[in-house]
Design a binder for this molecule. Structure first.
Ligand SMILES: [Zn+2]
Length: 102
């Protein structure tokens, strides 16, 4: 049978490579320079931001700009250890906490 789809391992490898290249772009550097975490909205500075895939590669997300966001270490850790629904709850709690006029 002809194989038309990449295996998940091949897919992730390819997308990781894309992410690596994206890190070198001006676009990404601009994201870092803003210094703001996409999720919690805190100003943490470029040094404390990491690259995050909104939809993880393991869940079919890609390394495209729409799926890549700057993320602080706190959020990054939470995302790693929380279950997807727990993470959703966390995001919701952040949104409800945000004060108007910020
Ligand atoms: Zn954050």
């Amino acid at each position: 049978m002809k194989k038309n789809f990449l295996s998940i391992e091949e897919f992730i490898k390819k997308e990781k490579e894309k992410a690596r290249k994206l890190r070198q772009t001006r676009w990404w550097r601009r994201q870092l320079e803003r210094g703001i975490c996409y999720y919690c909205g805190r100003r943490v500075g470029a040094k404390n931001l990491t690259m995050d895939h909104k939809i993880p590669l393991s869940r079919g997300g890609t390394s495209d700009r729409v799926n890549i966001v700057p993320c602080c270490k706190d959020c990054n850790n939470k995302k790693k250890y929380l279950l997807p629904w727990e993470w959703d709850e966390y995001i919701k709690s952040l949104k409800s906490k945000k004060v108007d006029g910020e």
